[in-house]
Design a protein around this ligand. Structure first.
Ligand SMILES: C[S@@+](CC[C@H](N)C(=O)[O-])C[C@H]1O[C@@H](n2cnc3c(N)ncnc32)[C@H](O)[C@@H]1O
Length: 274
């Protein structure tokens, strides 16, 4: 005889078979979070991890906040389980180390243009390294990803690349897969210190006039077209609006009470009811 738990399991298996969307319940999200909180996050650090310059407390809290943003994104989606995850750009694992504890059985891909960072994350947290390129469109990424976390990449490139790369990444999501990406919105714009030779006046002017401002770092050696961007929620959602077959949501200051967060779920906004 079936008990309630078996019945839910059988129902979910049938839904998967028939490609019917079952939302992850709040109870399931809460379980993912409490299981994560009960596991120890790796404290292994890479000596070149510049993100750690803020000190251990901020570093680990920002990582944990990444988990909260990801689970918020999942709660807005129709994905019922997460088995493949891309962390792009992974840096030296400020969030990536938490992803391993959040999704202990998932296949994790750690991608960064800094090959040393990607290799470190893959080895230290258990995953595969992907060495990125200046143009993300030239990088061969795995298909059918259930979760793509983009912590602070679009915050450093212009609108043209943001648009093209968001389309490219959305194309790599599985059915109902979720992309959670961060942006410098109003709050960061008010509080961030412009450095690295960025033309602050230009970024602010473009932010006001077009909703998306960008200027290159000019004093950092070895970087090409990489700098600082500020974007309004409306400008980011306008881009998301042009991605076919998805639904978009936006959370202001959703990461570390600082960066804004865009959530894209691969579930057609025009799908029929029922
Ligand atoms: C602000 S850091 C964020 C790193 C990490 N997500 C974190 O929260 O610590 C930005 C990262 O973007 C990486 N990056 C820059 N351009 C990239 C590209 N085209 N593809 C992949 N990673 C890139 C840099 O190497 C750097 O690690």
């Amino acid at each position: 005889m079936l008990n309630a738990r078996h019945a839910i399991y059988v129902y979910k298996a049938l839904c998967e078979q028939q490609q019917v969307a079952t939302k992850m319940t709040f109870e399931q999200i809460a379980t993912l979070y409490s299981d994560y909180a009960n596991r120890a996050v790796s404290t292994e650090l890479h000596p070149n991890d510049v993100m750690y310059n803020t000190g251990p407390s901020h570093y680990f809290n920002v990582g944990k906040s990444g988990v909260q943003a990801i689970l918020t994104g999942l709660s807005l989606s129709w994905r019922s389980q997460v088995m493949t995850v891309l962390d792009l750009p992974c840096g030296h694992g400020r969030v990536g180390r938490h992803l391993r504890q959040l999704f202990p059985n998932a296949e994790l891909f750690y991608c960064d243009i800094d090959a040393e960072g990607a290799d470190f994350c893959a080895r230290a947290f258990g995953g595969k390294a992907i060495h990125s390129k200046a143009d993300l469109l030239q990088v061969d990424l795995p298909k059918k990803l259930d979760m793509i976390w983009v912590g602070s990449l679009f915050t450093h490139v212009d609108k043209r690349r943001t648009d093209a790369w968001l389309h490219y990444l959305a194309d790599h999501l599985s059915d109902h897969g979720v992309l959670v990406a961060t942006f410098h919105g109003y709050f960061t714009g008010k509080n961030t210190k412009f450095h690295g030779g960025v033309d602050e006046a230009r970024v602010r002017r473009e932010f006001e006039t077009t909703g998306f401002g960008y200027s290159r770092y000019t004093t950092l050696a070895g970087v090409e077209d990489y700098g600082l961007s500020l974007s309004k929620p409306s400008a980011v959602l306008d881009i998301a609006d042009t991605i076919p077959g998805v639904r978009a949501s936006y959370i202001e200051r959703g990461w570390a009470n600082n960066h804004d967060v865009l959530v894209i779920n691969k579930n057609d906004r025009l799908a029929t009811l029922g």
